[in-house]
Ligand binder design. Structure first.
Ligand code: NAP
Length: 252
């Protein structure tokens, strides 16, 4: 991957940070779009090959996204990885208007805006990776907007693959990962503590994603057992919801 140039979001934490470290190890040139550049100062100081470019960009700010063009003139982007994402584990009525719009904007709408801004600079066979969620395959109380936004993201990426067969589009549907995501989603950490034992490791997932890019996979579904269970669930979702109501309210 050494001659490639990837644009990465969410690079300051969790899966995005693990991906950034791996890409730099592989000698990939990486441009990160982050709202807190100071979080990457230590990594930048170690970047002897000058592979890392840090651009300050709040992905909830449309002006920041539209202003990115100036940084990409005369460059070719071979890959875009959208790892930024957020969600709130609370009831539909408890979400504030701001929390609802932020969730959809960051997880879906502004990915599309970013894609439109970067598209003129994408290589003909560029790779586009979206970190989705297994939440897109299941109805869950107390995480409705997160799940709905990830389901929309999933549909958007799958349609992008159909509309642009020249691109390699890969969706990563993952179960719970041991990252800072949970502190923001549910500051009480009730869900995170309950499911700690099944949480994926961000570094391991990042390795799987890099392999998926190399082998041109269209989907990564982790953990495997969860994906199999969700396939059964989708055969009769309302019946399962009626029979096992607690399972669908585990983010309460
Ligand atoms: N963790 C899980 O259990 C889990 C499960 C399924 C799917 N996912 C998905 O995996 C992806 C990565 O999540 P993670 O677990 O690595 O979470 P994380 O550790 O919370 O990282 C989220 C990243 O998104 C960035 N971000 C948030 N809002 C932003 C904004 N307005 N502008 C720019 N960047 C912004 C954060 O930047 P700051 O450092 O500035 O906050 C951070 O770098 C997300 O799409 C998430 O939905 C996570």
């Amino acid at each position: 991957m050494s001659s490639q140039h990837f644009v990465l979001t969410g690079a300051t934490s969790g899966v995005g940070l693990s991906l950034l470290k791996l890409l730099l190890q592989q000698k990939v040139r990486v441009t990160v779009l982050v709202r807190s550049p100071q979080k990457l100062t230590a990594l930048k100081n170690k970047d002897e090959d000058n592979l890392l470019q840090i651009i300050e960009c709040d992905l909830l700010n449309m002006d920041d996204i539209n202003g990115l063009q100036q940084y990409f003139q005369n460059t070719t982007i071979t890959g875009l990885i959208y790892s930024a994402g957020m969600g709130y584990f609370k009831s539909i009525s408890d979400h504030s208007a701001q929390e609802i719009t932020d969730t959809y904007n960051l997880n879906v709408v502004h990915f599309n805006l970013l894609f439109k801004v970067l598209q003129p600079y994408l290589a003909t066979k560029a790779t586009i990776v979206g970190i989705g969620s297994q939440a897109s395959h299941i109805t869950q109380a107390y995480a409705a907007h997160y799940g709905a936004s990830k389901a929309a993201f999933n549909q958007l990426l799958n349609a992008l693959r159909l509309e642009h067969p020249n691109y390699h589009v890969m969706v990563v549907n993952t179960g719970p990962i041991d990252t800072a995501f949970h502190q923001k989603a549910d500051p009480s950490l009730t869900y995170a503590q309950k499911y700690q034992s099944i949480m994926l490791d961000a570094d391991t997932l990042a390795k799987d994603i890099i392999n998926g890019i190399i082998w041109k996979k269209t989907e990564i579904n982790k953990p495997y057992w969860m994906n199999v269970l969700l396939k059964f669930y989708n055969l009769a979702p309302r019946t399962f919801e009626r029979l096992l109501p607690k399972l669908f309210k585990n983010k309460q």
